[in-house]
Each structure stands twice: as C-alpha cells, then as structure tokens.
Design a protein around this ligand. Structure first.
Ligand code: BES
Ligand code: MN
Ligand code: MN
Length: 452
C-alpha cells in the first residue's frame, strides 16, 4: 500500500493534468453538437488505457462509442474484474449559475469544479489511475481486469444495451465494480449494493391547431396548460401515494435482514439545513431512507407550455408537455410501469385533449449479491484506506445498464464511490475533491490486491 501512496503523491501534478484533459472534452451525450467531442474523448480514454498496459479499443454502437479494455497478465486461472463507468455528462444549463466554465476545470479550496468532475469522469478516472499505478510500480496485477466505459449512461445506455448480445465474450468477468456512487459521509466509507430502476417519458397535450390569443379565445378553448396541471395533479393523493393503478403491486416490505444490513441515515433536520429542503415529497409515514431506497417514486422533471420568457404574452398555447420519470425498486417491471402510467395519462386528461406519450428509457433496479467476495474486498479496501468501518447502503439513483449486465451472468456487482451529496452532480458548479480522488486510486488498487 505504501508504494501506491507514494506513487499518488509523486504524481499529483500529472494526475491533475490528465484529469483536467479528460474533463475538458465537452461530452454532453444528449447534445448533438457534442458528437465529435464524444468520439475524441473516447479515443483519448482508449489511448490512456493503452498506456496503462491494457489492450483497448473503441467499439461503435448505435449511439456513442464504447471504450473497452482488458489486461490479462494474471492468466486464465485468476479471476477477472470488470470496471464499468461513463464518460458522458449531464447538460450544464443554467450556465449563468456556474462560477467558472464547466469545461475548463478550476481548483478552488482543493475542489475541482467542472461538469463531470465527479459523475463520472472523476470516479472512473481514479479507477484507471489505480491500474496505471500497478503498471508503473511494476507490480504484477494479481487478477485480470477489464474496463467498460460508455457514453450514454446519462440517457439510458441505449447504444451499450443494443451492443450487449455481441459483447458477451468481451464482458465475461467474475466481478463487476461500478465506481459511480457516494460515500456515506466524508469520513464514513460505504459500498452500494443496489440502485433503483428508472422509467423516463414525455407527455404532450394538444388542444388546438395553433397558439391562440387568450382574449379572443378565452372562455372558448380549453387551455392545455390547465389540462396538464389538472392531469398531473391527479398523480398523487394527499398522502403522497402515486395514484396510478397497479403502481405498487410488486413492491414488498423491507425485510429484517435488510434493516440490519444497511446503514440508514439522513434526518429531516439535516436535509433542511444542508439543502433547504423543507417540504417533504415522499409518502406520509415512510422514513426518508426507506422512501429513497425501498419505495418507487414518480416525479415531474420538467413542464413546458405557453410563454415564460421576459415580459408577458397573452396566449393559449396549442400544446403543453411534461417530462416524467419513475424510480423503481426490485422486482418492479419497468415496461409494465411505463404502460400503467401511460394509460393513466391518456385516460384521465380533460376531454378533447390529444394525449401523446413517449417512453424514453425503461430499466429495472438492481441489487448486488448477499454473499459477495467483491463486496468484502471493496469494504476491506475502504477500511485499509480510510481507517474506518465500511457501511452498506443503497442508492436512490439509477445506473440503467447494470441489471442487463447481471442478466448476462455478471451477478456479483458492487457500487463504490467517493461522491458526497454536496458535490452538486447534474447541477451548476459540480465539484470533486483532489484528496478523495487520491483515496479512490488507493481504494481501487487495494481492492485489486484483495481479490487475488
Ligand atoms: N452516478 C449517477 C447515479 C448515482 C447518483 C448514483 C448519486 C449514486 C449517487 C448516474 O450517472 C445517474 O445520474 N444516472 C441517471 C440515469 C438516468 C438519467 C437514466 C439518474 O439516476 O438519474
Ligand atoms: Mn449522472
Ligand atoms: Mn454516474
């Protein structure tokens, strides 16, 4: 371990330089203007992994390219660890709230500010650096290692999903490590043994052929904004329960075993103090962490219709639309939930409204295994590095492709991470701490050693 610590210390400057190069690629996966930067970033990663001694390649998909790499120095009898992450990032708007350019990393108070600083460039980068450290320290890798780094995680992983049947041999491994998660608190390490599934959809209500003058047609035409507001307001009852018939059918209660296994944290006071959250959105009578980890939710992520720019426009818009998502828990079926929500929307909208909905992604939740060699190795590695016992947690977020990896036979999955809820992923001024990045390198290196 000592030699790895020294390697990290000796290479601080270069680590930061390469990290910044990675962060400078504008890799907003959903922005067509970023296409060439997506490929440039993937190629850069592919070459970087080559430098670290891996045989690596770009794999074209129906979407953005996939970076794949493997290192089989340990031989056919040694186990194989696959490490999954993503180089795509979320959009940066509202840009005016950033204190520095989201694609020109800046260090302030030891924190690196950039889109992707944590999610997931920072986290996948420390895993790559761990492998690089083995190579430069001339330490033989005790296990075989693969990297699978995609460019569409933030939009549902369609390209990777389409390519999976062809990638079976490429992805064959004993363990899957996903460095795209959080710590429990700044000095309490945790492994994540599951995350929620997700369904995303758009619904559009159309009330007329075109926008209408709200005086000339007011009292005559039904306003689609009103119809949308009325429709969406029916989605929950006063107890916060989703009213879509069948929504909770497959949801079970938490078992005693789960209650013991996971470290439930987070109080109402803490959320109010740290984030200014005073209104609680979950089901009444359900504790915060139970609501976040063990209950499905439905959210309105965006609404648009009519005019909301500067000044005023007296308009009855032709259309109103909303973006909705559901977070799912095992064993909820995402396709079934999407249909249930879709038929709720089409059947409950005001008469005369044309209702159209489109499902963008539908992926189930995943859970790691109860008895897992990988979980033991990562937890042990965290304790070695942070000198603290390692907790077990779940995530309320989603990593869409993991359940498909498991279906392919990669059952032993563990999420790790050095993120903290205050790092502002997906928001303006996302940041990551150089110290935590360094600990990430050591933790992955130690995990590799412990898996031998
Ligand atoms: N890394 C996150 C998920 C996450 C967030 C895990 C916080 C643990 C703690 C991931 O990149 C993500 O944001 N996923 C999206 C997927 C969706 C857009 C299909 C999510 O959860 O919203
Ligand atoms: Mn994300
Ligand atoms: Mn992520």
């Amino acid at each position: 371990m000592h030699s790895f610590e020294q390697w990290v210390e000796r290479n601080q400057e270069r680590i930061q330089r390469d990290y910044f190069t990675f962060l400078r690629f504008k890799t907003i996966g959903t922005d067509p203007a970023c296409r060439s930067e997506m490929t440039a970033c993937a190629s850069w990663l592919q070459r970087y992994l080559q430098t670290a001694g891996f045989s690596s390649r770009l794999i074209e998909t129906s979407g953005h390219p996939l970076v794949w790499a493997e290192h089989n120095q340990a031989g056919p009898d040694a186990p194989t660890l696959c490490i999954y992450g993503h180089y795509d990032v979320q959009p940066v708007d509202p840009l005016e709230l950033w204190l520095s350019d989201p694609f020109e990393p800046e260090v302030r108070n030891g924190q690196v500010y950039a889109r992707g600083a944590l999610d997931d460039k920072g986290q996948i980068f420390y895993a790559i650096l761990a492998a690089l450290a083995f190579q430069e320290l001339q330490e033989k890798l005790p296990i075989n290692i693969k990297f699978c780094i995609e460019g569409e995680e933030e939009s549902g992983s369609q390209g990777l999903s389409d390519a999976l049947p062809k990638l079976r041999a490429f992805l064959k491994a004993d363990y899957l490590l996903v460095p795209d998660f959080d710590l429990l608190s700044p000095d309490e390490p945790a492994i994540s043994l599951g995350a929620r599934g997700i369904v995303t959809m758009e619904v559009t209500l159309t009330g007329s052929k075109g926008d209408l003058h709200s005086g000339c047609y007011g009292g005559i035409a039904y306003n689609p904004n009103r119809a949308l507001a009325e429709l969406l307001s029916q989605l929950w009852d006063e107890k916060g329960r989703v009213q879509v018939p069948g929504f909770y059918d497959d949801v079970g209660a938490i078992s005693e075993k789960e209650k013991k296994l996971y470290s439930f944290r987070g109080s109402e006071e803490e959320y109010a103090k740290q984030y200014g959250i005073r209104a609680l959105g979950g089901e009444k009578g359900v504790s915060l962490m139970e609501a976040n980890w063990f209950r499905p939710t439905l959210e309105i992520n965006g609404m648009a219709g009519g005019y909301s720019g500067p000044g005023f426009k007296t308009v009855i818009p032709a259309q109103a639309m909303a973006k909705l998502s559901c977070r799912l828990v095992p064993p909820q079926n995402p396709k079934k939930i999407a249909e249930q929500v879709g038929s709720f929307l089409t059947s409950r909208a005001a008469a005369g409204m044309d209702v159209n909905y489109r499902v963008l992604s539908a992926e189930p939740a995943f859970r790691g295994q109860a008895a897992s060699r990988l979980a033991d190795a990562v937890a042990g590695a965290y304790t070695d590095v942070m000198q603290r016992p390692c907790h077990r947690i779940l995530s309320g977020g989603s990593i869409p492709i993991i359940a498909q990896f498991q279906e392919m036979g990669l059952q032993d999955v563990v999420g790790m991470g050095y993120g903290l809820p205050g790092d502002q992923i997906h928001a303006p001024n996302e940041h990551f701490d150089m110290n935590r990045l360094s600990k990430g390198i050591l933790t992955v290196a130690r995990t590799i050693q412990r898996l031998r």
